[in-house]
Each structure stands twice: as C-alpha cells, then as structure tokens.
Design a protein around this ligand. Structure first.
Ligand SMILES: *Cc1c(COP(=O)(O)O)cnc(C)c1O
Length: 389
C-alpha cells in the first residue's frame, strides 16, 4: 500500500508546507513531485482518461503547488497562474461590464495599471479609496459593487487595512473580499480567518522566495466560485509552466524557515534605521511608531522584511542606493537576498506623478526587502550606504 499524506490532517504550518498537496510519484515512488513536462496525456480509450486531457487545463506539478498553497492558506481550492498579474486578470474575469470594484488606493502599481489602463476599457468600474479607514470602503459601495479589493500591508507605504471590517462591509453588500496577501505571506497573515473570500499572491515573492520564477496563485473556499475560476483558467489560459510551478513548490517547503528570519532582520534593521534617521522616516508595521502598529499586531503574527524609508530628495535616495554592496538595486521582493529600490521610478513608475504625490510615494522614498543574510552584514552595508555612524 502506498502511504500518502492526507491534506485534511490537522497538522502544523511547517508540516503542511513540506507535505501538503504532494504524493509519492506512482512509477518509482520519487519523493519529489516530478516536473511533468507534457502538453497532453495518453487516453486509454474514448472518454477514458486519468482525469488529465490537455495541460492547459491540468498539470500534476501545478496541482501539487495549488494544493500546497491552498493548505497553507487553509482554503479549499488553489489556482496557479503564470504571474501575479495573470492571476488578478483572471480573477477579474469573474465579473462583467458594468460591475463595480472598490479598490485600495495604494495597491501594487501593476494592479492599478491593469484596472485603470486595461480593464476599465471593458466596462469594469473602479473606485480607489484609502482602505485604512473602513468607512471610506463603506461610503464607496454602490448597488453595482461586486468586490472589495485590498492589499495589506501595502506596497510600498506599508499601510494596514482591517480585514475583518472590510469583509463585513463587502458581505453586507453581497460583494466578495479579495485580499492580496503577497507581502505578509500565509505564514504571517491568514485572511480567511477574517472573512476573505479570495486570497491571492504573487508567488514570485515570498512563496517562491528565491527570485527564480514569476507566478501567481488564487485560493478560495466557495465551490461554485472555484468552478468558475477553473473555467476561466482553462479558457483564458494564463497558466504557469510546470517548471515554474515546481520552483514555487520547492520554495514553499521552506517558507516557515525563511519568514521568521526575514522578520528578525526586518525588525532589527527598522529599529536601527529609526534610531539613526528618526522614527518618522522609517515605515515598518513592526515599529511601535507605525500609526497602525496595533492593528498590524492584531491581524498579523509577524511583520516580515519590507521597510520603506523617507529621504529628502531623489538625489539623496540615488546616493544611498548607489553605495549599497550587499543590498542589490532591483525591483521585486521576498527573496532570500536583500534588495533595495526606488518605488517612484521603478515599481510605481506606471502611477502618474500627481497620483503618486497624493498617495505619499515621494521622490525620496526608498524600499528595502530585507533578505535572510547575516544581519550584521546588512547593517554594515546600510551604515556605509547612509554614512550615518
Ligand atoms: C509583485 C506583486 C504583484 C504582481 O505579481 P507578478 O508576479 O509580478 O505579476 C502583485 N501584488 C504585489 C503586492 C506584488 O508585490
């Protein structure tokens, strides 16, 4: 008898991270899920197959990743996509022309670009509000509102949205709550506990954790919604290749080892920066000076490695970025290596200048993704970069 891990077993996060969704491979018993490099599957006879017909619809490597991340979020269904944006685009196809979405004003720049520059042309309507204040969400709801979309903490301003209050407002209007959980990862934040309907990730970031693929994943509980999203996934076809799915699956096995170290380094670096630059310049939800520190503590079990720092000018930002040797100047986040970036000209360049100003993404803002290196080396690097001994 082949022993298989039962995904429904009530086990801890680490055990789920390592085992959920995975079965010994049937031919030889390989413990690691193979990369199923195939576009089609041989059928035994007309109408007889093993549940696999064509790889756009289903691929066993992708399914292992989907079941694994669903288990980490404690959701029932997972759907993996070729990128975070491909995932969000497919989620939006649950709606139709005339439907309205209330969206956080400080969501990932690419999410805003997808809504504002593309989906709006197809008749979807969006209101962008400061979701730090749940009343603003409530005020923006209309009879046509089908979804509330929040990201918490936000990129790059680390603003926190109250998930429970957002879910209540959405549900009162029969709308769904979609949460972008990329920054916290399921290790630090479990949006289903607060009433979210769909949780989505750019797997490119913490879930993969090694900066070697691009991908997205959506997790949800409702069976009917899952059937509709599977139909969209197969019809629109924004699916990841099996190797990318495998890389993401390899990444999730160590999520519970990496996240505490990102958090430890993040806290130490935020405290160090606050002491030298002044706490008003350092934006990190784990600092008691963060205006929403209490809310962050209430709905997250850790704060991770993302820190933003407010400098006076773009020139000062460029100087600091240019002097780093361990932190690399690059977009993206959530990998084992530390990165530093300038949101105004990099991740958020697609947000118009006035809109950026209004949001608070100044020309002097820099963003750190603290990796899992030795914290002493990261601090020495920043000491050199800021020359603030
Ligand atoms: C990177 C990112 C995305 C987009 O994901 P891609 O995989 O780059 O398409 C969405 N949301 C957040 C918070 C991100 O950081």
């Amino acid at each position: 008898m082949t022993r298989v891990f039962d995904d429904d077993l009530d086990v801890g996060f680490a055990t789920r991270a390592i085992h959920a969704g995975q079965r010994p491979e049937p031919l030889a018993g390989a413990i690691m899920t193979p990369v199923y490099l195939t576009s089609t599957y041989v059928q035994e006879g007309l109408g007889q197959n093993k549940g696999y017909e064509y790889a756009r619809g289903k691929n066993p490597t992708r399914e292992a990743l989907e079941r694994n991340v669903a288990a980490l979020e404690r959701g029932r269904h997972g759907f993996a996509f070729s990128s975070g944006m491909g995932c969000l685009d497919s989620i939006m196809k649950l709606f139709r022309s005339g439907d309205h979405v209330v969206c956080g004003e400080n969501v990932y720049g690419g999410s805003f670009r997808l809504f504002d520059r593309l989906l709006q042309n197809f008749g979807l309507r969006f209101s962008y509000v400061d979701t730090r204040d749940p009343q603003r969400i409530a005020d923006a709801m209309t009879p046509a509102t089908r979804m509330v979309f929040v990201e918490t903490p936000t990129n790059p301003l680390m603003r926190i949205t109250d998930l429970r209050a957002s879910a209540e407002i959405a549900h009162r209007a029969n709308a769904l709550l979609l949460v972008d959980n990329t920054f916290a990862s399921p290790f630090f934040q479990q949006p289903f506990d607060f009433g979210a309907d769909i949780v989505y990730h750019s797997t490119t970031k913490y879930l993969n954790g090694h900066s070697d693929m691009v991908g997205g994943i959506a997790v949800l509980n409702d069976d009917d919604l899952a059937t509709r999203l599977q139909f969209i996934l197969n019809s629109a076809g924004a699916v990841p290749g099996p190797f990318d799915a495998w890389l993401a699956l390899r990444g999730t096995k160590t999520l519970h080892l990496r996240m505490p170290r990102h958090d430890e380094n993040g806290r130490a670096i935020a405290a160090w920066l606050a002491e030298r630059l002044g706490e008003e310049r350092v934006i990190y939800p784990g600092l008691p000076s963060h205006p929403q520190h209490e809310l962050a503590k209430a709905q997250m079990s850790g704060f991770g490695g993302m820190i933003s720092v407010e400098l006076d000018t773009k020139e000062r930002a460029a100087e600091v970025l240019g002097r780093c040797r361990v932190f690399s100047l690059a977009e993206s986040l959530g990998g084992v290596e530390s990165l530093i970036s300038h949101p105004a000209s990099m991740t958020h360049a697609s947000v118009p200048f006035e809109h950026r100003q209004q949001l608070g993404i100044s020309e002097g803002l820099i963003r750190l993704s603290c990796g899992v290196e030795d914290v002493g080396d990261l601090l020495s690097d920043l000491e050199h970069a800021f020359h603030v001994v």
